[in-house]
Each structure stands twice: as C-alpha cells, then as structure tokens.
Design a protein around this ligand. Structure first.
Ligand code: KG4
Ligand code: ZN
Length: 353
C-alpha cells in the first residue's frame, strides 16, 4: 500500500510517498519561508502564490525520489484543514485533479491529526533520518505543539480519540515566534530561541505559568506579555517604551537569558500537563508532534520526567511535511476508512480535532 501525501496548509509545499504506514519512501519540502522572513511571519498571499509555482514539481520530485510512477500509487492523501484558505486550496485542488485523472482514491486529512502520524514512521532508505524503532501503541497520549496548535489528545485507537485540552489563546509555537520578535531574533522564532537559549541561564528570570481551572488547558498569552515587561525592565524602561526599539537596547547576554528562561517555562508548562495526563490515563505510549516537537529542551524535560521510555522522530518530520499526511492516508486506506469524493472535497480552514 503506497500513498502519496500532499501538504500545503501554511508556507510549506510538501509531498511524500509512504508505504504501509511505516516506510518513508520520499519526503520533499519546498518552503517559501525565506520570502516571509522579511515580514516576520507568513504572508498568506505570498504563501498561496508559492504553492501554485511549487506544487506540480514537488509532486513529481516525491514520485522520483520514491522511484515510483503513478501506477505504483494506491491512494492520494491531502490536508484539507486546518490552515490558510488560499494555501489549502492549492493542495486540495491538485489532489482532487490527480485523483480523478489517475483514478486513485482520495483521503482527506486533518493536518493536526496528521502531525501525530509522523511518529508511526519507523523505516526509510533515505539518508539522515533518525526515526523511532517502534510504532507507538494504544492507548496513546499525544502532545501536539505547533505554530497553530497546543493540544493534549488521548487516542484509544486509530480514529478514536478524545481531546483532553488545548490552548485558550496563543499556540506555544506562536509564543516562541512572538518572543523572538520582542528580543529581535529571526523568524521562525522556535529554532532561533532554542539556539540563543544555549548561551543563557534558564533560571535567570522568574516567569509566570498560567494557572487555569481546566487542568489540561493551556494559555501562553500571559507568558508572552510577561517577557515583554521583563525586556522593558531590563533596560530600565516601563510599559510605555515601544517594543520595536527593544532589540537594539538589549545586550546579547540579556537576550540569551530571556530566551533560556522563556523556553524553560513554556516547555515546563506543556510537560507538566503531559505528566498529569500520563498519571491519569497511563497510556502505553506518549508521543510529541508538530513544529515545537523539534525543541531539544522539550525532549530533554519529557525524557527526564516520564516514567516510560519515549522515542522521538526526526526533526524534519516534526515541522510540516507530506510524510505525516501520507502515513495517516495509509492507515485510512488499510483500515477501510471512507475515501473523499474528488469532485466535491472542500477545504476546511477552521477544522478542529
Ligand atoms: O508544525 P509547524 O511546522 O506548523 C504549524 O502547523 O504551525 O510548526 C511551526 C512552529 C513555529 O511556531 C516554529 O517557531 C516552531 O514550530 N518550531 C519550534 C522549533 N522548530 C520549529 N519551536 C521551538 N523549538 C524548535 N526547535
Ligand atoms: Zn503543522
């Protein structure tokens, strides 16, 4: 069973081929990140235009890298939500057209659910991939942390899950991106904060963890504001000082200490709740998914605090990719889930889990 997965929900045009839900045959990502970096965030119109240019060559590269022709492909999986409308449209229209013209079943994939399935990939002949040795087992606790989502989900089985909690405001990746902007580190903020944090003291500053009545909910907007106030205090100014002038007034050491302290507290917040959920539900496996799952501090804290072993997938499979979409597509096909109608599948920009 070979499925090609197409992902275009944000700024990555990503296509991959996966076999039997565990073997990665190809993984090609064309990112328009460089075009967005100068604006400090993704510009939807630029992303959509870049997808139009990249999608057909990316599909072809993924087939070539997998040594496949369309005759070898058993199904097409595509992200139909959540994401940016214009971006999703390019992937979905491409997948619908290919499903009709090549006569293949079409599987509509929820992007966030897709992130979880990156952890089911265990083998590849592609160079430089570090993958888990074993597939996760059910019940499976998933911490999904990305630029758009912060969620704890308990999977009883494939396609049978409950959402334990999610963020009330910013996603954790969004908080990394915003804090990076405050202290003048480049976009995307996650990788630049974690790099800068290596030079800083994670205990240099005390920052607040949100306390919510609902035990599995997250909130990151207060932490982000606390970082802004802290940066202003550090240069002896109050809240009236324009945030755009902060980076030039902060020393490199102050930036590093702020990055390290923010990262420790943001990561502790999600790890605390993951441990709480582990104790309540005693799942057989715990996985992390989404762009922030690439974070080294998150991996370190979870491995140190979880009573069971946890395996992590390659960083290239944490940020948006087509492999996670293809993997979930394989499981949909293998488990007899209904295929989508290629003549009518619509995008769902606000899709939730
Ligand atoms: O999953 P993803 O590629 O896109 C969404 O679905 O949102 O996640 C992107 C997010 C960005 O906010 C980025 O800053 C964050 O993941 N990210 C990281 C790291 N690498 C990417 N956050 C923390 N540490 C990292 N190493
Ligand atoms: Zn994502």
């Amino acid at each position: 069973m070979k499925v090609i997965g197409i992902e275009s929900s944000c700024d990555e045009t990503a296509v991959a081929v996966v076999e039997d839900g565990h073997r990665l045959l190809s993984n090609v990502v064309a990112s328009s990140m460089d075009l967005h970096a100068q604006y400090g965030g993704v510009v939807p119109e630029i992303a959509a235009r870049s997808h139009i240019e990249a999608i057909i060559p990316t599909v072809q590269s993924a087939l070539d890298q997998a040594n496949c022709t369309w005759d070898d492909i058993d199904g097409i999986a595509v992200t139909y939500g959540a994401g940016l409308g214009g971006s999703l449209l390019i992937g979905v229209m491409t997948a619908r057209t290919l499903a009709i013209s090549k006569g293949k079943p079409l599987y509509a994939i929820n992007h966030v659910e897709g992130h979880v399935y990156a952890n089911f990939l265990t083998t590849t002949s592609l160079p430089t991939y570090k993958m888990p040795k074993n597939q996760p087992e059910f019940p499976l606790l998933a911490l999904i942390v990305s630029g758009g989502h912060s969620q704890l989900v308990l999977f009883r089985n494939h396609f049978d899950y409950i959402l334990l909690g999610q963020t009330r405001d910013d996603a954790i990746g969004e908080a990394f991106d915003k804090v990076a902007k405050i202290i003048g580190l480049p976009y995307p903020g996650g990788p630049s904060i974690s790099k800068k944090a290596l030079e800083g003291d994670p205990y240099a500053f005390k920052l607040p963890k949100a306390k919510l009545e609902d035990k599995y909910s997250f909130s990151f907007s207060g932490l982000k504001t606390a970082v802004l106030r802290l940066a202003q205090e550090q240069i002896g100014e109050d809240f009236t000082f324009p945030s755009t002038q902060l980076p030039e007034r902060l020393s490199e050491a102050q930036k590093a200490n702020i990055a390290a302290s923010f990262q420790r507290v943001a990561i502790e917040t999600v790890v605390d709740k993951t441990i709480l959920a582990y104790e309540e539900f005693t799942p057989r496996s715990v996985i992390i998914a989404g762009g922030v799952a690439a974070n080294g501090e998150l991996r370190r804290q979870l491995s140190a605090r979880l009573p069971i072993a946890i395996e992590y997938t390659d960083i290239k499979l944490c940020t948006d990719n087509g492999a996670m979409i293809a993997t979930l597509g394989c499981f949909k096909a293998l488990q007899g889930q209904p295929a989508a109608d290629p003549y009518s599948l619509e995008i769902a920009p606000n899709l939730s889990m």
